[in-house]
Structure formats: structure tokens, C-alpha cells
Design a protein around this ligand. Structure first.
Ligand code: GDP
Length: 463
């Protein structure tokens, strides 16, 4: 009140909730015998999101980063093991292979990096933090089982991220294997094999006998070449945490994936609320290394605490900056920092976002009690597209709204429409936390009407 009065007497009308300029604040503070100092804070978010223009001439090709997705029990883990076994020889490893959450295989002098955590959940949870970890997804479909619900989830998670999909039809050693049936079933999801007139690469494999693994690697390299994956190795490193834990002897140990630049022993590093100096680096073959370039997974020592998987790391100028970065992250709170970056889409705010030009595409996930409803809702929704905004159903399926749906919505800034289904309890609280707009309907017409009204800015608010 004293300050407001002071300002008022100087001819400035303000309320207690208003911002004033630094200069004004400085002057007033002086009158009360205080000297103010501007707070110097790194803008953590800006730093994290900074995707500075890279000098094209400094970009060199880098290995592709691969993740393996698919329905449970279709052989994701077995396939990852089979690939590792065939290509990480004992000689190379000096006897020991380390499990650090990712590994690199070499084929004809070219490298491929595999993330060792199978499943689209791991992939999308990283994407929720703003990190794109993967270039190509290997979709594993068991030849004796065909397309299953999580196969469809995986397809849509990969598509929403805009990454390439290679289909590995696994378990072809089984007598009941039917490769053609898998091809036929996948046509429904726009994954059409070349011999069916499409352009998706299908590789029949057996994680058990090793058949087809070589071809799979070959196809990965071919796809990577087409994608022209590049990075600048001559800049300060940044990338993300794949996994981390507290080791009794070594302290916090984190496996990170370098995405840009080259990480070196001695580099000051900040990872979300953690910071430190890279004290030692060990690669996936258990070797101590001094530097790691783009697409290389390494285990690092030297952080003051254990970071979360999916957290982005940056190398800073000096130790002080790294600490400052981490402290800002803690003081501002990760939730808030992320909230600021996540202007979550909701039907209520849709119209103004369209008007502001922020939304060109409305992503929707549709879950319903029967497949017929999923299709009906999908078709009606897509028809609502106009010149300003395209309505796109990024995932549709039968059953309760689950955590994976919420993850996908959060990572893709989409909304969820449930139709005669409910969210399971975990999904509900997750959606609240992630501020994902989740709406439940009993009548198709009402759902369509709401989306249509929202697009026109005429949605009745619900209180
Ligand atoms: P995930 O849940 O997708 O990681 O699947 P797993 O890798 O755990 O495999 C599930 C089951 O399928 C295990 O019993 C494996 O031994 C078996 N399996 C995996 N790949 C093959 C294969 O190529 N052929 C046969 N016959 N069985 C396989």
C-alpha cells in the first residue's frame, strides 16, 4: 500500500498486482534506502528450447537412433538381444558388454544406435518432456499373432512423432507364422508392403534363429541414408538422459545420448535440476572414452544427483553456469517451467488459438466401446476440417482411456474424446496433471457438435 501510494503521488496509477518497470522500482527503492539489483537468471526454458540455426557446412552424417515397439510378447526384447549378440563381439568388448540402456552395432563400418528400453511408452514419455529421441521405429509384429491393440498404439505413437517405421515380422520360425496376414492387416494402418504396392519396408525375422536380422540392419541403414540424418559434432554437446541411477560406489550414474556436438571428459554439464562435471565416460562396450559424438550413448559420472530419464542435458560454459542452470530449474520448479512451454490445447481455448494462428491442426484421440463408434466418430470429426484448421484423429481404439493415450495426447498436444468409455483411474489423474483436455460423451452427435462449436468459438463453457 505504501508503494502504491507513493506511485500515486508521482502520478502513476497502479494496483498491487501490476508490474512496474525496473527503473521505477529502482527509484522507489532508493527513497526507502534500498539499493536494488536486477536478478540475473538464466532463462532455462529458453536455453533448453534453443534450437539455434546450425551451419549447414558443419553438419556431418550421424548414426540413426532406433527404438523397438510393438505388442507385448511379440518379441521386442528378444529382437534387441539378438541384434546385440550378433554384432557386439567379445573381441570388441574386451570381454564385457555393459548394459547401459542403449547400444551401438557396427555394420560395414556404419553404426546404428539402439535404445534398449522397448515399447512406445518409453519413447512417448521422452517426447512429453520435449525430447525427440528416435529416428526410426522398428515395429515388431509376431507372425503367428498379427496386429494387436498395442501394435496399433505403437503405430500411432510413431506416426504422431513423424518418425519412419520399419516393420519386423517376428517369429517366422514358428509353424503357425503367416507373414502375408501381417502385411494384409497392416494395410489398414497405411503401412503397405512393397509387394503389396506400398512403400513400407517389411523384414521377416526370427529373434530365435537370427534369420533376417542382417537384412533388418541393412534396411535400417538404407532408411537412415534416405533421411539424411546429420549433426554438427563441433559444438557444445546436448542430448538427453536415457536412464540414471544411484550407484553405491560411483554415485549418480547416468546414461545419456549425445544428440548434437561432442561431449568430453571435463565438460561442465547441467541436466534439469542436476549439474556437475563429466568425470568419466564409459561406452556400451565398457570402455573408458574421452569424447562422445552425435548419436553416441555413454554412461557418465560426475553429476551431483540422479536426473530423470528423458531430461535434456546441456553443456555449459563453466561450472558456475551449470550450477546456476540447475538451481534455476529447482527454484522455478520443473512443473511450472514445463507448463510455460506447454500451452496445452483445450476445446475451450481452441478458437482463440486458431485465431492467433497457433493451431493449424487439431489432433484428437478417440476411444470408444465398440469399433463401429470409433470409425463413425473419426469420420465425422475429420469432415470438420476447414481452411484454418485440419482435424486429425491421431489415434483411435476400443477400450478405456489409458495412460498411453494421455501420454500421446500430451506429447502431441492433442485432446481425447471418450465415447461410452471412461478413463482408468491412473489415466484420469495423469490427464489432470498433464492438463490434457479429456472429454466424455454418450452420444456421437454431442461430441461432433462440441468440436465444431469449439472451432467456431461458440462452445458453451462448462463450470
Ligand atoms: P516382448 O514382450 O515384446 O519384449 O517379447 P519377448 O522378447 O519377451 O518375447 C516373448 C516370447 O516370445 C518369449 O517367450 C520369447 O522367447 C518368444 N519369442 C521371441 N522371439 C521369438 C522368435 O523369433 N521365435 C519364437 N519361436 N519365439 C520368439
Amino acid at each position: 500500500a505504501v508503494l502504491v501510494k507513493k506511485l500515486f503521488l508521482q502520478g502513476t496509477m497502479v494496483t498491487v498486482n501490476q508490474d512496474i518497470t525496473y527503473e521505477t522500482a529502482e527509484e522507489i527503492a532508493l527513497e526507502f534506502n534500498f539499493i536494488v539489483e536486477p536478478e540475473v537468471k538464466i532463462d532455462v526454458i529458453e536455453e533448453l528450447l534453443k534450437e539455434e540455426e546450425e551451419d549447414e557446412s558443419k553438419m556431418v552424417s550421424r548414426p540413426p537412433v532406433i527404438c523397438v515397439m510393438g505388442h507385448v510378447d511379440h518379441g521386442k526384447t528378444s529382437l534387441l538381444d539378438a541384434i546385440r549378440k550378433t554384432h557386439v563381439t567379445d573381441k570388441e568388448a574386451g570381454g564385457i558388454t555393459q548394459h547401459i540402456g542403449a547400444y551401438v552395432v557396427s555394420r560395414g563400418g556404419q553404426k546404428i544406435t539402439f535404445l534398449d528400453t522397448p515399447g512406445h511408452e518409453a519413447f512417448t514419455s521422452m517426447r512429453m518432456r520435449g525430447a525427440n529421441s528416435t529416428d526410426i521405429a522398428i515395429l515388431v509384429v509376431a507372425a503367428d499373432d498379427g496386429v494387436m491393440p498395442q501394435t496399433v498404439e505403437a503405430i500411432n505413437h510413431a506416426k504422431a512423432a513423424g518418425i519412419e517405421i520399419i516393420v519386423a515380422v517376428n517369429k517366422i520360425d514358428k509353424p503357425s507364422a503367416n507373414i502375408e496376414r501381417v502385411k494384409q492387416e497392416l494395410t489398414e494402418y497405411e503401412l503397405i508392403a512393397e509387394d503389396w504396392g506400398g512403400s513400407t519396408i517389411f523384414v521377416p525375422v526370427s529373434a530365435h534363429t537370427g534369420e533376417g536380422i542382417e537384412q533388418l540392419l541393412e534396411m535400417i541403414l538404407l532408411t537412415a541414408e534416405m533421411c539424411e540424418l546429420k549433426a554438427n559434432p563441433k559444438r557444445t554437446a546436448r542430448g538427453l538422459v536415457i536412464e540414471a541411477e544411484l550407484d553405491k560406489g560411483k554415485g549418480p550414474v547416468a546414461t545419456i545420448l549425445v544428440q548434437k556436438g561432442t561431449l568430453r571428459v571435463g565438460d561442465p554439464i547441467a541436466v534439469g535440476p542436476c549439474h556437475g562435471k563429466v568425470r568419466a565416460m564409459v561406452d556400451d562396450k565398457g570402455r573408458r572414452i574421452k569424447e562422445a559424438g552425435p548419436s553416441t550413448p555413454v554412461e557418465i559420472l560426475g553429476l551431483n544427483d540422479v536426473p530423470n530419464a528423458g531430461e535434456i542435458f546441456v553443456v555449459t560454459e563453466n561450472d558456475k553456469e551449470a550450477r546456476n542452470f540447475a538451481e534455476t530449474f529447482i527454484s522455478e520448479g520443473r512443473e511450472k517451467l514445463l507448463d510455460d512451454t506447454k500451452a496445452k490445447l483445450s476445446l475451450d481455448g481452441l478458437f482463440s488459438q486458431i485465431q492467433a494462428g497457433n493451431v493449424k491442426e487439431l489432433g484428437i484421440i478417440v476411444k470408444a466401446d465398440v469399433q463401429g463408434s470409433v470409425e463413425a466418430v473419426k469420420q465425422s470429426l475429420v469432415k470438420l476440417s476447414n481452411e484454418e484448421v485440419i482435424v486429425k484423429v491421431i489415434h483411435g481404439g476400443v477400450g478405456a482411456i489409458n495412460e498411453s493415450d494421455v501420454m500421446l495426447a500430451s506429447a502431441s498436444n492433442a485432446i481425447i474424446i471418450g465415447f461410452n468409455v471412461r478413463p482408468d483411474p491412473m489415466a484420469k489423474s495423469f490427464a489432470d496433471r498433464e492438463k490434457v483436455d479429456l472429454r466424455l460423451y454418450k452420444v456421437i452427435y454431442n461430441a461432433i457438435e462440441d468440436v465444431e462449436s469449439a472451432m467456431k468459438g461458440m462452445l458453451e463453457p462448462i463450470f
